[in-house]
Design a protein around this ligand. Structure first.
Ligand code: OOG
Ligand code: MG
Length: 263
């Protein structure tokens, strides 16, 4: 944490953790903390992870964000970012999410990877990711920025663990043989209606490229992606708002479906 006051980093992490637990939005964190650049923002995210682990949460994997043109355009931020996933965020395929625990949820369609081997940077590429992939799954990410009106700049959203809130993956793993993730189509439905359509190509040209970018970004912070990691490669569609009573479903070509309901 060179260059930043460790206590200030801790205080920011606690503020964001409390906002999530209290289901209360807060002002974008850089507004009152102009010292937070991208590096300091990842320091805050690391501190947030430590706080959650100390409370008993287990890290289940990682997520990439803002890897797709629909999302960059929607959020007005144009650099990919990463966050972490914990068991507390996991929702069963076919399960239910309680909106009383959420501020202003949105859902997006993603492709998830599960790795069989450790991956490390700095030169990880799409081929290495594909060779290390055990299987892929269709995924829904539910994002819920802790910031008022979902408005943030790049350091703020990184500090807030890239809006991570819930995720669900499909129940049927698919091997990569015979799949072209670069052209695969994904459909996001709400209450039986198609809301957004996308393709793997929307995610940096190929979702494995997003995983490789994650590995190289982790390397820059002295970390690797352990074997057995689940990685959400980033939304292939824009995100859509959801409220209690909605049900959402993602269909991905050749990968099957995943869905849940909000109450
Ligand atoms: C940031 C998280 C973006 C994705 O898949 O692009 C993200 C946000 O839009 O709130 O998870
Ligand atoms: Mg996402």
């Amino acid at each position: 944490m060179s260059g930043a006051d460790p206590e200030a980093v801790q205080a920011c992490a606690r503020l964001l953790d409390n906002a999530q637990r209290d289901v209360r939005d807060v002002e974008m964190i850089t507004a009152s903390n102009p010292w937070i650049d991208v590096e300091r923002a990842y320091d805050i995210q690391d501190a947030l992870r430590t706080i959650k682990q100390a409370r008993g949460a287990h890290v289940t994997g990682m997520k990439m964000g803002l890897t797709s043109y629909p999302k960059m355009k929607q959020m007005g931020v144009d650099t990919p970012i990463y966050g972490f996933l914990t068991d507390e965020l996991a929702v069963d395929d076919g399960g239910t999410v309680d909106t009383a625990t959420l501020i202003h949820p949105k859902v997006e369609a993603e492709i998830a990877f599960v790795t069989a081997r450790e991956l490390s940077g700095p030169h990880c590429d799409e081929a290495q990711v594909l060779a290390a992939t055990a299987f892929v799954l269709p995924a829904i990410e539910l994002i819920d920025s802790r910031y008022r009106d979902f408005k943030f700049d790049l350091p703020s959203v990184i500090a807030d663990n890239t809006s991570a809130s819930r995720y669900a993956v499909g129940s049927r793993p698919s091997a990569l043989d015979g799949l072209d993730l670069g052209t695969l189509g994904v459909v996001l439905e709400k209450n039986g209606q198609v809301m957004e359509v996308g393709t793997g190509a929307a995610v940096l040209g190929h979702p494995a490229t997003a995983v490789a970018m994650l590995v190289n970004m982790l390397h820059a912070r002295g970390q690797t992606l352990p074997a057995g990691s689940l990685v959400l490669s980033g939304a292939a569609t824009a995100a859509i708002p959801v409220v209690a009573g909605d049900s959402v479903l993602v269909r991905a070509d050749g990968l099957g479906t995943v869905g849940f309901r909000l109450r």
